[in-house]
Design a protein around this ligand. Structure first.
Ligand SMILES: Cc1cc2nc3c(=O)[nH]c(=O)nc-3n(C[C@H](O)[C@H](O)[C@H](O)COP(=O)(O)OP(=O)(O)OC[C@H]3O[C@@H](n4cnc5c(N)ncnc54)[C@H](O)[C@@H]3O)c2cc1C
Length: 432
């Protein structure tokens, strides 16, 4: 097992000294949210901005304990890993609309940072990287697709020696520069959003795990020492749900990703690694992803490409991958490594909707390892659904949520099979 208690880059550089009480009495609210990550806080904040402020967020540990406080901080374009996987649910026109919605993410994050003066090291500059000619063709197509939808952003395909304009590595033969994307300190972003949320009058309780939910016209959520009664509920626990709501538990499976950070590096070395001080990922079905931080560290993350397993020594495992890309970093010290689970859906697309027969019990989960930007888009749409509803909420909730059979007994086996199929399909969709 992986320890979810170990320190991360984010806990080590957290700027907000925020903490919230434990719930120890019975309270009433309009909305109760279970889970204090990007999903829970962002949906509550979207509701607050629309005037619904009598909201309570219950967090089992502390804000950002889940994926939100462990990720790479990459601000990438899109939602889901491959929109083709949802074509059968939403049809051609629906796919087009989702592609349009999926480009809103960086703008939402940027607007939120500006509106609430959040100190989260937002930095523009993203490079999608290709190793071979097939991937170069895919990146050329992405260049057209991205430009069609983001006419104002700087978006540029780079081939051959041009690649070095944005990344100091011989590993890649092509790149797509997207200055609309970038990276962010995700924990400080979350905490800034939480501060904004309480500024609107909402209440947050930490160390207050939901232990039992009783559904009805008014829903009651019990914690160890108190309860919340509300007209609407949102489940936002992603990979930490732990069987509490069986209908949701059945629809995702947890896979793991692992991160490390180097010691602070000299300016010249950072300039060589990343002349744009940006974030990067290759476009294989299971990506390596990395970025520079404000303190001149390199953050590097990855998941196992075929066999689902947790490496024994995360520092050594990530370092070996990093050295394939940047061999000249062989003498650089690795200061920290950590990891965490990611709730993954069968079609790798996030899930929103209401529980069967319970129109006031909403949920969001299943970002499949790609949730920093998507959570900001999805939760905007979800909040619309929790208010009067909207066409784009109906569209996103119409994406099918398959059950994953056997997940409790054969998790590594199912994920290894799933990753193998995903990798093979990468040959056909230009990503391998
Ligand atoms: C190692 C790693 C690297 C990643 N890298 C990236 C990346 O670079 N880019 C990207 O886009 N995405 C990345 N992701 C995915 C992204 O971080 C997640 O998709 C996103 O943060 C999910 O947010 P969330 O709010 O839905 O869930 P979480 O952040 O996991 O929050 C769920 C919260 O619910 C709480 N909870 C659970 N049960 C209860 C309960 N009973 N009562 C109260 N609270 C409860 C948990 O304590 C937790 O805080 C990564 C994830 C991991 C683990």
């Amino acid at each position: 097992m992986i320890s979810t208690e170990s320190p991360t880059y984010y806990t080590a550089t957290r700027k907000y000294n925020l903490s919230f009480p434990t719930l120890d009495h019975d309270i009433e609210a309009d909305v109760v949210v279970i889970g204090g990550g990007f999903s829970g806080i962002n949906t509550a904040l979207e509701l607050a901005e629309q005037g619904v402020t009598n909201t309570v967020v219950l967090e089992a540990r502390h804000l950002g304990y889940g994926g939100t406080g462990r990720n790479g901080g990459q601000i990438m374009a899109g939602i889901g890993h491959d929109l083709e996987k949802i074509r059968s649910s939403v049809g051609e026109q629906g796919l087009k609309q989702i592609f349009e919605i999926s480009e809103l993410g960086a703008g939402i994050i940027k607007a939120r940072i500006d509106r609430y003066a959040i100190d989260a090291d937002f930095c523009h500059g993203y490079g999608y990287l290709g190793f071979n000619e097939r991937q170069a063709r895919t990146l050329r197509q992405w260049e057209k697709d991205f430009k069609a939808i983001n006419p104002r952003d700087e978006i540029r395909f780079l081939g051959g020696s041009e690649v070095k304009q944005i990344i100091g590595s011989d590993a890649y033969g092509s790149a797509l520069l997207h200055m609309g994307g970038g990276h962010v300190h995700s924990l400080n972003l979350l905490l800034g959003e939480a501060q904004a949320l309480v500024g609107h009058g909402a209440r947050i309780f930490e160390h207050s795990p939901a232990l039992q939910v009783t559904y009805g016209e008014r829903i009651t959520v019990r914690t160890g020492r108190g309860s919340v009664r509300a007209s609407k509920l949102l489940w936002a626990c992603d990979s930490f749900l732990d069987k509490l709501e069986p209908e949701l538990h059945a629809r995702t499976i947890n896979t793991y990703a692992f991160q490390m950070m180097t010691e602070p590096l000299p300016d010249e070395l950072i300039q060589r690694i990343s002349p744009i001080r940006g974030a990067y990922s290759d476009i294989r079905p299971v990506i390596d992803y990395f970025r520079v931080t404000r303190e001149n560290r390199l953050l590097f993350g990855a998941a196992t490409p075929f066999i689902e397993r947790i490496p024994m020594d995360l520092k050594a495992w990530n370092r070996a991958l990093m050295l394939k890309i940047f061999p000249y970093l062989k003498n650089v010290r690795i200061d920290l490594a950590w990891g965490g689970p990611m709730a993954t859906s069968a079609n790798l697309f996030p899930q929103i909707g209401t529980l069967s027969g319970r129109p006031n019990a909403f949920y969001v989960q299943g970002y499949s390892g790609f949730g920093v930007t998507p959570s900001h888009i999805i939760c905007k749409v979800l909040a619309e659904g929790m208010l009067e509803g909207s066409a784009r909420y109906q569209l996103l909730r119409s994406v099918k949520h398959a059950r994953i059979f056997g997940k409790d007994h054969f998790r590594p086996l199912l994920l290894t099979a799933g990753k193998t199929v995903h990798q093979l399909s990468g040959f056909f969709n230009g990503r391998r």
